[in-house]
Design a protein around this ligand. Structure first.
Ligand code: SAH
Ligand code: SF4
Ligand code: F3S
Length: 438
């Protein structure tokens, strides 16, 4: 076989971890089948890909100015492709606004990457496309940790969210494929796996073929049997589906990392109803309490949207109240951003002013800062186990504790890929410094 000439790929990834994984798949597919290697220098690239996110408006408007810049500076022969959620949602309109774009590939169609790059003007954005039996070339990026999609799409109808329109109906990847992929990565040195989906704990509701009933808890049990895998993480679970069976497995299974994302969105039952989240303030608090009672060392992270249409001061105070009661370790805050193809657009007349939205965002951030110090400082002096993964140029090595807090120590590349005991010597709001304990 004649070896193809080596080419350079520049890829920019926006959005969530699912997009990160999709980008890894793009890289490995193009490496294996088209002899591409990654470059960080856009100007030397033969192919420029932007893997886009549509969840809020800002990144979408930035996209067009950015590809315009790329087009000016790129090599003349270089191609530009727009992939991901904005590709799904805008489709051929992207080429109307930016005619120099060579192809558009939707978030659900990533497996078609190696064919589309040679088809000038192609637009593939079918959200019914069944990718669930597709296997990717090994990613081989970070040796010590890997991530696998366990489902694609989302069946929820959260009224603010564009994701179901960009990623399509939810479909679970067959468990044997997930296990096979993780076994392969574990053989290549992975000790940690992150299971990815928009709604991981509704896993097993629908497959592309007829098969025995299963659920997320059972999947977690299967994955924990894989030799070499010492830590299992997952994102995002939905608070509505955090039943007792799931929480008890989370608490009991020593391989499951004791960090859980509980996307609250709002603390007001009224707003949660308008968002169609399916749970109440009380349910959320009850689930968080059960988790904290069973796993005292747990770290709980969350997503919050402020200024959803119709959110009163009283509703917002409910959100602050939940933040005060749960004391989240990390909060991803967002100001509501109206999105096309979402039901919340019907609430246009109830939209909250930008000024109030920004003020509420600041209030959440300030309250959270107080909690962060309160949660981090008592850990000074404790011994924690850390999986080290990155050597920094300043001689520090960083890794994560079992409950997924970042730790920095002085050390060498000998620590990389190992799980080692570390004594915490100081804490910032978001990370620890420590010393390796021999
Ligand atoms: N499936 C995940 C969320 C994916 S989107 C889940 O349900 O947790 C990531 C986050 O973006 C959401 O949790 C939400 O907080 C935020 N988000 C989604 N749509 C938004 C919008 N229209 N405006 C502001 N934030 C939004
Ligand atoms: Fe969006 Fe809701 Fe699905 Fe999450 S669960 S992706 S917020 S529709
Ligand atoms: Fe963005 Fe798509 Fe993820 S809209 S958050 S990249 S699912």
């Amino acid at each position: 076989m004649i070896k193809q000439e080596e080419k350079k790929l520049f890829i920019e990834t926006l959005g969530c971890q699912m997009n990160d994984t999709d980008s890894q798949h793009i890289i490995s597919e193009l490496k294996e089948h088209k002899n591409y290697s990654v470059t960080n220098d856009m100007e030397e690239a033969d192919l420029i890909i932007i893997n886009t996110c549509s969840v809020r408006e800002k990144p979408v408007s930035k996209l067009f100015s950015e590809i315009g810049q790329f087009n000016k500076k790129k090599k003349k022969s270089a191609k530009i492709g727009v992939c991901g959620c904005t590709a799904s949602h805008l489709g051929s309109d992207i080429m109307k606004r930016a005619p120099y774009v060579d192809f558009v590939l939707g978030a659900r169609n990533i497996s078609k990457i190696k064919d589309i790059i040679d088809t000038k003007g192609a637009v593939e954005i079918d959200i019914d496309y069944d990718d669930s039996t597709y296997q990717f070339a090994a990613s081989g990026m970070n040796l010590y940790k890997t991530s696998v999609n366990i489902s694609i799409g989302c069946d929820k109808e959260c009224t603010y969210c564009i994701v179901p329109a960009t990623r399509g109906d939810e479909i679970s990847i067959p468990p044997e494929m997930i296990v096979m992929q993780i076994e392969k990565d574990a053989k290549n040195g992975a000790k940690e796996v992150t299971l990815l989906g928009q709604n991981v704990n509704s896993y097993g509701r629908r497959f592309s073929d007829k098969r025995a009933k299963t659920n997320f808890t059972k999947l977690l049990q299967e994955v924990s049997k894989i030799e070499g895998i010492e830590r299992i993480r997952f994102t995002s679970p939905h608070p509505l589906h955090m039943d007792d069976e799931f929480i008890e497995e989370f608490a009991r299974n020593p391989k499951i990392s004791k960090c859980i994302h509980m996307p609250l969105q709002s603390g007001s039952t009224k707003v949660l109803k308008a968002m169609k989240r399916g749970y109440t303030k009380e349910w959320f608090l009850n689930r968080a309490k059960k988790i904290r009672d069973l796993v005292p060392e747990v770290r709980i992270t969350t997503d919050i949207i402020v200024a959803f249409p119709g959110e009163t001061q009283e509703d917002f105070e409910d959100t602050l109240d939940v933040i005060n009661q749960v004391k989240f370790d990390q909060i991803f805050n967002f100001k509501y951003s109206p999105r096309p193809n979402t039901q919340a657009l019907e609430l246009k007349d109830k939209e909250i002013s930008d000024e109030i939205g920004s003020a509420r965002l600041i209030e959440v951030i300030e309250l959270h800062k107080l909690h962060q110090s309160e949660l981090m400082n008592p850990n000074i002096g404790k011994i924690v186990s850390v999986l080290f993964e990155t050597l920094k140029p300043n001689g520090e090595v960083s890794g994560f504790t079992d409950n997924y807090c970042q730790v920095f120590v002085k050390g060498s590349d000998e620590l990389l890929g190992r799980i080692v005991d570390v004594k915490i010597t100081s804490a910032s709001r978001t990370a620890f410094k420590g010393e390796v304990v021999n």
